[in-house]
Ligand binder design. Structure first.
Ligand SMILES: Nc1ncnc2c1ncn2[C@@H]1O[C@H](COP(=O)(O)OP(=O)(O)OP(=O)(O)O)[C@@H](O)[C@H]1O
Length: 260
């Protein structure tokens, strides 16, 4: 089956003589799958996320979405494709413009749709999504500062899903949140996968988060994927000492528990 997302020998070097932030990274994600990218700080996870989102260009290698190479496309050619892949960021405070209403924030990616709904239809679609992510349709005219961190991350997830994307790239979506709220947001991502069939590339330093919701995992170290496979294979029987260290250093595995 054609993977939804595939990267081929992706390399990214910042500066001419710097070390490679990404070194020949090849991953693939099937439709409907949740793939965790886990690794310590500086291992290249965010660099990979930016390249997959076409927010940055690789030094070499390529990114394919449904077999279409997006790496070489101009911004103009990329624009109509962007509704298919959306992103949720780590910081639910910084990622929502405080001057805009929730309706405007969530509706913003609709600008990527050719026949985006307007007026009452648009409010209806945004209101329905607010309800789906556990908020209220009447929140549409409120502002970000009126919401908690967890609620803001729900708003960010709604914004990412409004164009009904095939791929969601979530870069540390729970690491700024309290542990109980983290579990709720992970449960929400699982529900959105079930309801919308959206595939998720989940970037995290926290192997406990991977254990909660991923189907497969790729472990990154110093710009390389050092181990990859189905979740249980990697977590129950890690081949790399580095993976074992990540597992040993992970207190949230027990903390998060299966609380959702
Ligand atoms: N814009 C940049 N300019 C120069 N170096 C960069 C830049 N962005 C990242 N790097 C370097 O590339 C390497 C990988 O960084 P990256 O942010 O992708 O890692 P990460 O695994 O996401 O880390 P973290 O979890 O801390 O965000 C690091 O050595 C980092 O210092």
């Amino acid at each position: 089956m054609t993977p939804l997302l595939r990267t081929e020998n992706l390399c990214r070097r910042y500066g001419a003589d710097g070390p490679a932030a990404l070194d020949k990274v090849s991953i693939s994600l099937q439709a409907g799958e949740i793939l965790g990218i886990v690794g310590e700080s500086g291992s290249g996870k965010s660099t990979l996320a930016r390249l997959v989102m076409a927010l940055d260009r690789p030094t070499s290698g390529a990114v394919f979405l449904e077999n279409r190479q997006i790496t070489a496309l101009s911004d103009r050619k990329l624009r109509p494709l962007r509704r298919n892949f959306q992103m949720v960021f780590q910081d639910p405070y910084g990622s929502l413009d405080p001057r805009h209403t929730i309706g405007r924030i969530i509706g913003e990616p609709l600008g990527l749709e050719e026949n985006a709904p307007r007026g009452a239809k648009r409010r209806e679609r945004i209101g329905a999504l607010l309800e789906e992510v556990g908020l209220s349709a009447s929140d549409i005219d409120r502002y970000p500062h009126q919401f908690s961190g967890g609620q803001r991350q729900r708003i960010a997830i709604a914004r990412a899903l409004i164009t009904r994307p095939k791929l969601l790239v979530a870069d540390e979506p729970t690491s700024a949140l309290d542990v109980t709220v983290q579990a709720q947001i992970l449960a929400l991502l699982l529900r959105m996968r079930a309801d919308h069939g959206v595939s998720i590339l989940l970037i995290t330093h926290d192997i406990g988060v991977v254990d909660e919701i991923c189907d497969r995992v790729a472990v990154m170290r110093a710009g390389r994927v050092v181990e990859t496979g189905p979740l249980r294979d990697v977590l129950d029987n890690p081949h790399e000492a580095y993976t074992r260290r990540l597992l040993a250093a992970e207190p949230t595995l027990a903390r998060l528990g299966r609380s959702t």
